[in-house]
Design a binder for this molecule. Sequence first.
Ligand SMILES: Nc1nc2c(ncn2[C@@H]2O[C@H](COP(=O)(O)OP(=O)(O)OP(=O)(O)O)[C@@H](O)[C@H]2O)c(=O)[nH]1
Ligand SMILES: [Mg+2]
Length: 309
Amino acid sequence: MSELQKGIKSFLNKIVTYEVTEENALKALTEFREILIKNDVAVEVADYICNHVAKKVKGQRLKRFNDLKKAIRVPAKHAVRKILEKSPRIDLLDLLAERKQKGNKDPLVVLFLGINGTGKTTTVAKMAYLLKNAHYRVVLAAADTYRSGAQEQLREHAQRLKIKLIQGKYGGDAAAVAFDAIEHAKSKYFDAVLIDTAGRMATNRDLMGEMQKIKRVSQPDVTFLVVDALSGNDAAQQAREFNDKVGIDGVILTKMDADARGGAALSITHVTGGKPICYIGVGQDYQDLRPFDVDVFANKLFGLKVKKK
Ligand SMILES: Nc1nc2c(ncn2[C@@H]2O[C@H](COP(=O)(O)OP(=O)(O)OP(=O)(O)O)[C@@H](O)[C@H]2O)c(=O)[nH]1
Ligand SMILES: [Mg+2]
């Protein structure tokens, strides 16, 4: 359970005992807002959620609810869903199936970006594992020609997963590696190319320039930003920066199994104007990549039962 979930749970349990009045509801909302902000939900997002709830609370007779918990929980969950569902999530298996159906023989090109250590290389390997298990033919592009050991790290994954890898030379042109991998995939009718890239600080202009070039050269169908859920408030900042400077289609939030505070998902989607969280990383093994499910996330957040699908 994330700190955000814990905070909301104890808050909701506490307000059950409050007398159901509009005044108490609005007082409770102030507390709710603080819990959100303390757990990495950006101030503007917390305000959006609380304003939405306040409007609902004012607009209806509270007596209809048997407790304040329900009066706040229902509209708050609605607001969370509204933020996260602004754009549909991108699912690579769906995209690949669609391509096959249309008879499109070009490989699906997927670019993975992010600052250092967020889990790009691990996520590329997990994604390759997912696609391979669905019987798609995948090429990996080791376009991190910057960090020492990066080439070997991806090679090891490729060997373990028995997947084709196109490597580069340290200090060489990262965009050229991506280009070679795509050309190889086209000529051998591979289904997908997954491009691993180098990470540096988001404020590093070289990185942004390099990422812009890789994107220009590889013309990806999907650009994922890989963000570490543990990076807290900084996660939203990274998302804004990459979205503005390079352009992203969706986000993969890693390390959700670790002790993240939990609000990053909401902030990221909000600051990028609705770019969806598409997958989450929940561990270090190949199978630890899951589609992000808004309903499950929102239900868990407010201690509601998660329906089995
Ligand atoms: N617990 C956990 N650890 C993860 C997850 N994803 C990645 N990691 C770990 O995070 C560390 C960094 O992962 P990498 O994949 O090397 O990160 P990167 O973004 O490629 O790093 P650079 O190439 O240096 O920029 C590794 O120890 C991974 O095992 C996750 O979902 N959960
Ligand atoms: Mg890496």
